[in-house]
Design a protein around this ligand. Structure first.
Ligand code: GAL
Length: 543
């Protein structure tokens, strides 16, 4: 293991790569009109008003005798760009998300993460609020370009120190950090240098960055994720690489060659970072590393062979492409080969396979929602044979609401059409993962937006009964999975700690279990937060 002096040495000596002097930092940021918050110093926390801690009435009852194991992990989640703000402060470089927000028209209302929830300066208050609610785990991500403004090379001392301070503060307050290295905010300097994760140089740059973070935080942080949802990030690469169709990014968008290269490099970057991690910290102890998966849990709309095939194809592309090499055999699914075999898809070498297979300690799933799947009009075979077909290569259509069916709850919001309350799909999704991969499962993110919540007053938004109903439904499935089906679900992390910048839909959608008043930067516990607290207090044995 490299000693701490390795990081300190890097801090002292490294020069920016490709940028020659200080004013290059300004060059990095040219053309971004970055806003700053009124508060730009770390704030000592004020006591939480006791009125905020009064629990709401009319909670669903906890009546059954089931339990969760005493080491069950429950927590709340966030990600750097969505909450930190301080976009250009203390030496942070821009990421592709600063660019999407500032230099394209793709984000609703032209919202940006410039200020967001100002967590960079308010992290102490945010920690105290978690402590007051008895939250044992906080899952958050590091901004890569805060630590390495140029993506590689020169370390930004202030940025790295910030994360060391935040981790120390969490631990002092009895909250265990879960750290994700990379939650979509890829350094813009690397995007400019070689086009981002489509280029194989991205692999080693990620591993170098990971090593810096393992070195800096590894003595304190035991639970790590390399990537958040490469399924979605690689779609962003496609958007950033300007090959996307003019649809709303992510919805109805399909994989192409940019995506294919990005997925390949994800596998190598993840596996090599995990190799470094295990060399440093060993295995079979309480250190864990994995990555977070995003896919819908699906079932065929009808029993027809075509619909069944469509559901299988959806899973091959959205799940298997990412999971099979890691959890099974180092190989991509057949359907992926058929689609991209003649387009430069590479097989992993034997050496790469060795690294990739078993490079995750559990299966982390962000299982927000599920959907029926059907074959496209005109049939599956015609779609597979036609690369110009709008559904190619999956050739699977996610179905929204089916008349007369009670399986999917009401629309979560106009801007999150992919998300409905679907507890039965959730249970089936976990069962499918368990049957196929036979590994521990952590629900690394789930949560919901609520129809028109952004239009409510603070007092009304706090009364988020629809969100309570969502969590209640999913958590009852977790209880059943653990107690009746004996599935090793080891954790459940709620998205999100509070309302925040929701990517392409900006601040117009709220996912928080705390309300954020963006004008005052005050936070308010919502009913759902009390529900989660009470649920886990009730069910985790000896909690
Ligand atoms: C996840 C993502 C989060 C958050 C959430 C709600 O896929 O990791 O960053 O945005 O969805 O949409």
């Amino acid at each position: 293991m490299k000693p701490l002096s390795y990081v300190l040495g890097l801090l002292a000596s490294q020069q920016p790569v490709g940028y020659q002097n200080l004013s290059d930092f300004e060059k990095l940021w040219s053309g971004y009109d970055v806003k700053t918050a009124p508060v730009t110093k770390v704030v000592e926390p004020a006591p939480i008003p006791t009125s905020q801690l009064i629990p709401p009435p009319n909670m669903p009852p906890f009546e059954n005798p089931l339990t969760l194991p005493s080491d069950f992990v429950w927590g709340v989640a966030s990600s750097a760009y969505q909450i930190e703000g301080a976009a250009k402060d203390e030496g942070r470089g821009p990421s592709i998300w600063d660019t999407l927000a500032h230099k394209t028209d793709l984000i609703k209302n032209h919202d940006t993460g410039d200020v967001a929830c100002n967590h960079y300066y308010l992290y102490k208050e945010d920690t105290q609020r978690l402590k007051a609610m008895g939250v044992p785990y906080y899952s958050f991500s590091i901004s890569w370009s805060r630590v390495l403004p140029y993506g590689k090379g020169k370390i930004n001392k202030a940025g790295l120190q910030h994360y060391i301070d935040e981790v120390d503060y969490l631990l002092e307050n009895g909250i265990e950090p879960i750290v994700t290295l990379f939650h979509w905010d890829y350094p813009q300097a690397l995007q400019d240098l070689y086009g981002g994760f489509v280029d194989e140089r991205a692999v080693n740059d990620f591993v170098d960055y990971a090593e810096i973070m393992f070195e800096a935080l590894g003595s304190k942080v035991k639970k790590w994720y390399t990537f958040n949802e490469p399924q979605v990030f690689c779609m962003h690469m496609k958007v950033v690489s300007k090959t996307a169709r003019k649809e709303i990014p992510m919805f109805g968008n399909t994989p192409d060659e940019v995506y294919m290269k990005c997925v390949h490099n994800f596998h190598l970057a993840h596996a090599k970072a995990v190799e470094v991690f295990r060399e440093k910290f060993g295995r079979d102890n309480d250190y864990t590393i994995s990555y977070k998966n995003a896919f819908a849990s699906v079932r065929p709309l009808t029993e027809s062979a075509e619909d069944r095939q469509a559901a299988e194809r959806y899973l091959a592309f959205a799940q298997g492409w990412f999971t099979d090499p890691i959890y099974l055999n180092g190989e991509y699914p057949e359907a992926v080969w058929e689609a991209f075999g003649d387009k430069g898809l590479r097989e992993f070498t034997e050496e790469e396979k060795k690294l990739i297979i078993d490079s995750a300690d559990h299966f982390a799933w962000d299982g927000y929602s599920g959907q029926p799947v059907k074959a496209p009009d005109g049939g599956i075979a015609a779609c597979i044979a036609n690369e110009k077909h709008p559904r190619w290569p999956e050739c699977a259509v996610l179905v929204d609401q089916v008349e007369g069916d009670w399986m999917r709850g009401a629309k979560s919001s106009d801007d999150t059409p992919w998300l409905r309350n679907t507890p039965q799909f959730f249970r089936e999704g976990v069962m499918q993962i368990w049957k196929k991969f036979k590994t521990d499962i952590v629900i690394a993110e789930v949560g919901t937006s609520i129809y028109n919540e952004q239009k409510l007053s603070i007092a009304d938004a706090r009364y988020d009964s629809d969100r309570v109903e969502y969590y209640h439904a999913y958590l009852r499935e977790v209880l059943k999975l653990v107690n009746e089906y004996n599935v090793p679900v080891k954790g459940f992390v709620a998205w999100s700690i509070y309302d925040n910048f929701e990517w392409f839909v900006g601040y117009d959608v709220r996912f928080g279990i705390q309300y954020v008043d963006y004008e005052t930067q005050k936070r308010y516990f919502k009913k759902s937060f009390f529900y989660l607290r009470d649920f886990f207090n009730h069910y985790i044995a000896n909690y």
